[in-house]
Unconditional design. Sequence first.
Length: 329
Amino acid sequence: MIQDTIEKLKVLQEILSDKFTIQREIEELPRTLATKKELVSRLKKSFVEKNEKYEETRKRVAELRVRLQEAEADREKYESQMDQITTAREYDALEKEIRDASEREQQYRRELQREEKDLEDQRLRLEREEAMIGSQEEELEEERAKIDSETSEREARLGELEEREQNTIPGLDEELLFKFERIIRSKEGEGIVPIRNGVCTGCQMILPNQFVNDVRSADEILFCPYCSKVVFYTESEDDADEVGFSDSDEEGLLDLVDDDFDEDLFEEEALIGLTDEDEITPEEQAEIEGDDGDDSDDESDDDDGLLDDEDDDSDDGFEEDDSEEDLED
């Protein structure tokens, strides 16, 4: 039962991984279009602002042209009146009016030239931006059509995956399915991984031996305590090497123990401390025992010597009678 669930989760992992990837792509596609839309919108807004400024400049140019014409007309009028003056005072006044009109004319002409140049620059910029906006709008339409096509393809693929998912999930616990989907979303499409040599291949962490044994027994669905992914046990070529020695290794060890190991390290003679050449013959044993007898004789002689010495010491002392007589005297 657990093994069937594991196999279903393996299949479901592939389905959900592709499904969530496609869903993210469908969500990302409009964002690209939105970015381009925002670019076109900013261009249009900038174009409107610059066009307003262009209209203001154009109005100032028109006003300057009118004022320039008025200044030119005043100057010409005052110049035509020069022939009609009769007094010096009238001449001075008329000359001042002509001079003022000429100054205004020159000032308006300079301002008009500056504004006309600025107006021409603004017009060229507006034309370039208008062309750019048109180009961006064309690209936007092409991008929109492309996104619509790609979205339709992905939605069709998504429908197929959802159908496969519905065919796979029957028999799976709802709580397990909920957790598994969350793991797939958060772990970049990987929700179930094998354990090899006591290591979770999802996070490369060494797992406790009891936990590995529980997974191997396959009594229930278990999750890695470190990465939370569903884990299952799988045999690997390295397992036999890690569990114990192989047959060939055991034979090699037996050969080592039977032959070289005993002979080189634990030779019987070496342990006893004697070799065949060092064994004692009966004659040598008797001689050794004889030597021991001589030693005992020597010791007895030494004892006799000690007794003699004691006798000598007794002769050297005072006898009892002699001592009494000496005392009486």
